[in-house]
Design a binder for this molecule. Sequence first.
Ligand code: NDP
Ligand code: 8X3
Length: 250
Amino acid sequence: MRIALITGATSGIGLATAEALATQNFKLILCGRRAERLQVLAEKLAVHTEVCTLSFDVRIHTEVENAIASLPTDWQNIDLLLNNAGNAHGLSPIQEGNIADWENMIDLNVKGLLYVSRAVLPAMIARRQGHIIHIGSLAGQEAYPNGNVYCATKSAVAMLGATMRMDLFKHNIRVSTINPGLVETEFSMVRFKGDTARAGKVYEGYTSLTAQDVAEVIAFVATRPAHVNIAELLLLPTDQAAATMVNKTL
Ligand code: NDP
Ligand code: 8X3
């Protein structure tokens, strides 16, 4: 059985991926800040597989290091790292940007991904075995108005995927980046700071992807034979052709 560590497993894509991998021969390390949610999910998935939880903030380097180091010995050989934790905070023209939102996105989407990767990689390299999957975004491939810092962080994720692949392939470690378009999760609630009406509008008038749609693809990427690496993948709702082209009926 392989061991998968999923960041951002308390909601959305991360939670759905935990559910998908639980029945595909993976033991799971579920991560996120909301410990209660992790516990509920762990209990639910325990009928399928072994699960452990780690509650930490990926933006804080010491928390990341301590959390990974705290894993029991038989959980330390992580085979799959899903760097999924991430969010947008705000949607404003650059000249009106909220500095705290910028720091939050850069710390979470870029530095957090780096901290977790750095903590997990030594054991993968020692075993010459591992797979890192980053969740990027269409927003990292294409700009959209007011997306500025979020788009930049997701562009950084794509570039980190490409460069990490160059650093790690000689160690037999796969690096994949999956770039979804619009997915209905808690993402817009976080972006709009709990404004349910504004968040709901993002997904009105067309059929967005679900977290389960993305999770199925992640599980497919994670279960290819060892010699196959799906390096980059763009996954869109049929109703979306580009970042700013959504077939809305409203
Ligand atoms: P959600 O808001 O539903 O999930 C975000 C997850 O990230 C939560 O589990 C949250 O857990 C975790 N997280 C947030 N901040 C931190 C932190 N500081 N430390 C640790 N974990 C954190 O959104 P999605 O499921 O949609 O987002 C998952 C990924 O998918 C993100 O990287 C996002 O950018 C990307 N994405 C989303 C798209 C969409 O349309 N929804 C499209 C393309 C990409 P907790 O709060 O408990 O810590
Ligand atoms: C999330 C998709 O279009 O809201 O990455 O930025 S979008």
